[in-house]
Design a protein. Structure first.
Length: 302
């Protein structure tokens, strides 16, 4: 077999590393958005391949809503310490107090919309001209519209009708002062690609991604973890089930799926058999409206 006979994961990895190096070469103050979720962990692994033995040419940045799963936060801190890279954390709670913002009310009160304020303030504080993230086109239709280099205007807004062509993997990072680019190295990956790569590279993940017993609220065919941030009403059905998480967002807007998958091979088998996307099945906040994600992105959301 020829040494040049790469499999598809090699091609995806090579493309992602190329994008990382393009960001480092074209921008003065990039940042890698890192939450402790599987996609951002995969990005860190790819960045290690792109830049080691040198240091990352950017810090890790987490916009912390205060509603995160403890398992993800613990993993975030441990990984940043292990690889010796700078981690910047900015909290939505601080933005709420500083700007007098009004929080969402209701059963699953989310801070996702408010997260945008903190992100834009953080970009301004550190003068970041590019933010690298783990969004993928297969997750949601608004994300499927975006280029790998996605330009935001001076107000942090995204216009899906004004995007740059990216022929032959050529990425145009030229921006005016005040503008910002969101860069997506694994945009062309699928959920299954990510898990196959995690298996091949033996990447550690938070335990929340594997089957475990958890107390959950059964609500409209979803299983939401019992936590201090959701409102329990009389008559709510609270049960203990064997679950895992396909995607890890806030505790207020991310549902679990029933599962006995305790290994990566088990998870891959489940993904192959499923007919719904990870966000489509588990993200409560995307069900607000048909264009919920696109509306948030237009206002500056990642």
């Amino acid at each position: 077999m020829s040494k040049y006979n790469f499999d598809y994961l090699d091609h995806l990895e090579s493309e992602a590393i190329h994008i990382f190096r393009e960001v480092a070469g074209q921008f003065e103050r990039p940042a890698l958005l890192f939450s402790g979720g599987k996609d951002s962990i995969t990005l860190v692994h790819l960045a290690l391949k792109a830049f080691r033995p040198g240091k990352f040419p950017f810090p890790l940045v987490h916009i912390d809503t205060g509603h995160n799963f403890p398992e993800a936060l613990d993993f975030r801190d441990a990984l940043a310490e292990e690889i010796g890279e700078k981690l910047i954390v900015r909290k939505v709670e601080d933005t709420i107090k500083a700007k007098g913002l009004t929080e969402q009310k209701g059963k699953f009160a989310s801070r996702n919309a408010l997260q945008t304020y903190t992100l834009l303030d953080t970009i301004e504080e550190f003068e970041f001209d590019a933010c690298i993230g783990g969004a993928r086109r297969d997750e949601e239709k608004a994300r499927a519209k975006e280029r790998i280099f996605s330009v935001r205007d001076e107000f942090g807004q995204w216009d899906p009708k004004l995007q740059r062509p990216e022929l032959w993997n050529t990425y145009n990072g030229k921006i005016h002062k005040g503008e910002n680019v969101r860069a997506f190295p694994i945009s062309n990956w699928t959920e299954l690609d990510v898990w196959n790569y995690i298996k091949r590279e033996n990447i550690d993940l938070p335990s929340i991604y594997y089957a475990h017993d958890r107390e959950v609220l059964e609500y409209e065919n979803q299983l939401v973890a019992i936590n201090e941030f959701i409102r329990l009403d009389p008559g709510d059905s609270v049960v203990t089930k064997r679950v895992r998480y396909r995607t890890v967002g806030d505790m207020t807007c991310t549902a679990a799926v029933e599962s006995d998958a305790t290994t990566i091979d088990d998870i891959i088998k489940e993904i192959v058999a499923t007919k719904t996307s990870e966000r489509g099945e588990t993200r409560i906040d995307d069900r607000v409206s048909e264009a919920a994600m696109e509306d948030r992105k237009k206002n500056g959301y990642f």
